[in-house]
Write a protein of this length. Sequence first.
Lengths: 102, 102
Amino acid sequence: MLNKALRLVRVYHDLSQVDAAERLGLSKSYVSEIEKGDKNVSMATLQKYSDAFDIPMSSLLLFAEKVEGAGKAENVRVFVADKAVKMLDWVSTISDYRSAER
Amino acid sequence: MLNKALRLVRVYHDLSQVDAAERLGLSKSYVSEIEKGDKNVSMATLQKYSDAFDIPMSSLLLFAEKVEGAGKAENVRVFVADKAVKMLDWVSTISDYRSAER
């Protein structure tokens, strides 16, 4: 799924595999293998796509998770990452608490 | 950053490192090393956290990316993953186009 998504990221940016490989600092054959699903995508590779295409790693994964459902009626415009938000609220709470302690 | 975030995910779920390790199918020492930042987090490990804590991999990364900013005034309730959404719209467009061709 992530492999297919990274192919779409490249095509969306109107790049050939050769051009994308150059931008990513990877070999053309590596990009080809990623897109075919012959190579697993590592965190380091995901980071390279993130840097090269100026898109957060979380958004790349979100795109990969959602891309199969695209074209259906679901609202893709706003994502509420529910548990992530709850945890961020929690971190904010404990941060306030720690600040108050000082 | 991701390492620290995974520690917070565990604490948020009120688990000791031992309990978390068991739930994750990892050794306690591995969890400890991850949390200290001594081990890089692989895709496979991120997948384990995703499964064990029932949270998409993209949300775990989003949490990691945003957690440093938590406690600030920014609105963390709704994330618009801008480029991901544009790409999903695009995928939806080409999917429609391909359907129409048939």
